[in-house]
Design a protein around this ligand. Structure first.
Ligand code: ATP
Ligand code: ZN
Length: 211
């Protein structure tokens, strides 16, 4: 019996996800085919997937656990449990408007068009603040939407803010502070739970040593 963990196959979370497993003392065959890889000294199998797909695979039980940005974990709104915050992949999901836009509070977005890849998180936030706006879902290059007249504002991931700056935008509201999290299927059997416990124990030790 092996616990299956889904991690991002390439992208911002890939290196740190693998590093974390290695720091936990888990070794892999090099020359892995990058679809899946079995650990040599721990009952773990790694599945390499697009980050957006990880919540669904964990919810369906194709993978038992996964490492994904909290932003994706919440946006996909699946039945999965967040087990542990992992301290990497830090970013924020923010609303930004053109620099010339006179912004004096969220209510100026009433009736405006906001482009985002995070319609669920944005919608939830606007609703909690009592603001109604038109959410325009686009899958990539959200930051160019205002410049080409597609939207009045955007809601996107930000880390340094340089992408916003380069696109003539300013950050006005942070709606989520995100980092990578370990998520798990919500009904793991006892055998899988026992392996997860062992893994979690190691992860927590690694994280403690870094503090
Ligand atoms: P995939 O091909 O797997 O779908 P992607 O392009 O959707 O990849 P990445 O850009 O690699 O995803 O980002 C993965 C995660 O890294 C994000 O969901 C977020 O949690 C985190 N992240 C950290 N900093 C940033 C940032 N500045 N911009 C975007 N994502 C960031
Ligand atoms: Zn993605």
């Amino acid at each position: 019996m092996k616990l299956k963990i889904a991690i991002q196959k390439s992208g911002r979370l890939f290196d740190d996800s693998l590093r974390l497993l290695r720091e936990c003392g888990i070794e892999f065959n090099n020359g892995v085919n990058k679809l899946r890889s079995e650990a040599l000294n721990f009952p773990l199998e790694v599945l390499f997937l697009r980050d957006d797909d990880i919540p669904q695979y964990v919810s369906d039980g194709v993978a038992d656990i996964g490492i994904v940005g909290e932003n994706v974990a919440i946006e996909k709104n699946r039945d999965i449990r967040t087990i542990e915050r992992l301290g990497f992949g830090k970013c924020r999901l923010s609303i930004a408007v053109p620099r010339s836009f006179e912004y004096d509070g969220l209510s100026v977005l009433e009736g405006k068009k906001i482009a985002t890849s995070y319609p669920f998180l944005l919608g939830r936030y606007l609703e909690s603040k009592g603001v109604t706006a038109e959410i325009h879902e686009i899958s990539g290059s959200v930051e160019i939407a205002p410049g080409i007249g597609l939207a009045d504002a955007i809601c996107d991931l930000v880390s340094s803010g340089s992408t916003l700056f380069l696109n003539g935008l300013k950050e006005t509201e942070v709606i989520l502070k995100s980092e990578a999290v370990l998520v798990a299927h919500d009904a793991l059997d006892a055998e899988r739970l026992a392996i997860l416990e062992r893994l979690l124990f190691r992860i927590q030790a690694v994280r403690k040593a870094k503090r």
